[in-house]
Design a protein around this ligand. Sequence first.
Ligand code: C5P
Length: 282
Amino acid sequence: MEIIEKAAAKINLGLNVIGKRPDGFHDLEMIMTSIDLTDTLTFSSTNDNKITITSNVPYLPTDRKNLIYQAAHLMKKKFALNQGVRIYLDKIIPVAAGLAGGSSDCAATLRGLNKLWQLNLSLEELAEIGESLGSDVPYCIYSQTAFVTGRGENVELLPKFQGFWVILVKPQISVSTPSIFKQVNLAAINHPDVQGLRQVIIEQKLSEIPVLLGNSLEAITARQYPIVDKIKTKLINYGADGVLMSGSGPSVFAICRKESRAKRVFNSIKGFCNEVYLVRTL
Ligand code: C5P
């Protein structure tokens, strides 16, 4: 049997850091939504009791360091399974970009193995299993617009965030999420109105979204990597409705309601940065 799962990239329309927790993580308030920039994972059964990962990119680890491996290992252990699995990853989402690519591959592995091994677990149960693997994994199990709180484990599904085009720009740098979180000073960072974002999505007053976009981590990453602000300024000047850095960066996205405007912004920013995508929200 062969199972195919898509793993979608996410962007944060809002990310507010509320506090530091005793376990070293931070309590967050986020609005996350998924975009049609996806990896594809193919799962097939083997008789050798091993987890074998291959992919189209040479730079990704295929051993225990990979979240896909960790997800498969956890499922085998938790359900005392002796089956082996071969997993092929077709990687499209940029890595270390603030797009939860690794977490989404991990979540797709939990969903895929649930089907391959006929475990009949619900999405809620898979999200709970995913908590220990990474903070963004519970959201990625659902990969639909949500208000996410705690460390990332509380996922309240919201109505869809549709009708916008997204121009995604990935500068040629990689950002370490722990190093950005380490620099958080709760009194100094900005605290975007994520509750307000939640409300306008519930009420589907989507034209109010662009002014509410906000990310507590943006100024920290931008201080270290000035390219983030440069990209933001260009996207605004080219006519985007709203712009924001996603997660801990460095990816920056612009949203536009009109297709013609989105295409203009996309074509203009392509001259400045070579990793640019024009996508839609899912
Ligand atoms: O959970 P994940 O492995 O994705 O987190 C990566 C790093 O991001 C953590 O080691 C931590 O430094 C930081 N983090 C945090 N608070 C969160 C999520 C992540 O401090 N809620």
